[in-house]
Write a protein that binds this ligand. Structure first.
Ligand SMILES: C[S@@+](CC[C@H](N)C(=O)[O-])C[C@H]1O[C@@H](n2cnc3c(N)ncnc32)[C@H](O)[C@@H]1O
Length: 280
């Protein structure tokens, strides 16, 4: 089984938007990256695989942590994302980017000390197959540390734009959140047994409340939400007019105003960190 639909999605829909918004997205999600990398405890000299590395922010920071003697391989299925990552990594010789489907790519066996991912593991058609494959790439005692979204109910970054779009445009068709998508790993009770099935050990999850830190005005952030995420999906689905788009942006700004303070917007978020290891 392959992930062709995800390759298309990240090359034609979400990818171009993410590339256009890269600087804002990285600022927004910096607290997630800090939490991920502080938990992963990468050591100088480590060889690291970054799954679904996107435009490369996590590759750059992981490479700084493992130093000149270490190496970070960023793997992603979408050229659109990797093209920008390639530009950003020219001055980072201890990094490599590969365009692969992580679910099926024949990694060199036991070649990585650690696997990390910021929001890159929730999109596999077959989670068990993908993690079994990732496990082959890990050395014995190697560790995986993976950031995923917790429940949408605890993530106003998604829910406020979704509600704002619904107010203006109407309800969207219901989606099955267990399918590939941002919330596929929201339920550890469903996911942990799947990871254990692959032979990974000590699978556990910690849930972290942290702020997302978008930059710019409320209007800037509302405009960003009209380009990516649930409001963008609704605008596309309803083929919204310019007036409707402006109304959705206003409604998002109104909803996000409650999170605006002296330090700018701090939108509460809830993420899971899945941690597990390859047995010795
Ligand atoms: C939400 S983005 C996260 C990007 C990046 N990790 C970040 O935090 O900025 C998810 C990424 O996973 C990649 N992806 C999805 N399915 C994949 C697969 N089967 N193999 C490799 N990458 C995949 C997408 O192309 C996309 O770049």
């Amino acid at each position: 089984m392959t992930n062709d639909d995800q390759e298309t999605f990240w090359n034609t829909s979400a990818g171009p938007a993410w590339v256009f918004l890269q600087a804002q997205m990285d600022t927004l999600m910096q607290p997630v990256l800090d939490t991920l990398l502080d938990t992963a405890v990468l050591r100088p000299g480590d060889r690291v695989l970054d799954v679904g590395c996107g435009t490369g922010a996590s590759v750059i920071e992981a490479a700084a942590r493992v130093g000149d003697q270490g190496h970070v391989t960023g793997a992603d299925i979408a050229d659109t994302m990797l093209d920008l990552a390639r530009d950003r990594l020219v001055d980072h010789p201890n990094t490599t980017l590969i365009k692969v489907d992580v679910q099926t790519h024949a990694f060199e066996p036991a070649s990585f000390d650690a696997v990390i991912s910021r929001f890159g593991v929730m999109f596999f058609d077959d989670t068990v197959a993908a993690f079994a494959n990732m496990r082959t790439a890990l050395k014995p005692n190697g560790a995986m540390t993976l950031a995923t979204w917790a429940s949408p109910a605890d993530n106003p970054w998604f829910m406020e734009p979704a509600h704002a779009a619904r107010e203006i445009l109407g309800p969207m068709p219901k989606v099955d959140r267990t399918l590939p998508g941002p919330f596929a790993f929201e339920d550890p009770a469903r996911i942990i047994p799947q990871l254990e099935q692959t032979g990974l050990s000590d699978v556990h999850v910690t849930t972290h409340g942290l702020p997302l830190t978008p930059r710019g005005s409320l209007k800037d952030v509302a405009d960003l939400c009209c380009r990516i995420g649930p409001a963008d999906s609704a605008l596309q689905y309803f083929d919204a007019s310019d007036n409707e788009r402006a109304a959705v942006a206003d409604a998002i700004a109104l909803r996000f105003a409650q999170y605006d303070g002296p330090d700018g917007l701090r939108i509460p978020a809830s993420i899971h960190l899945y941690e597990c290891s390859n047995p010795a």
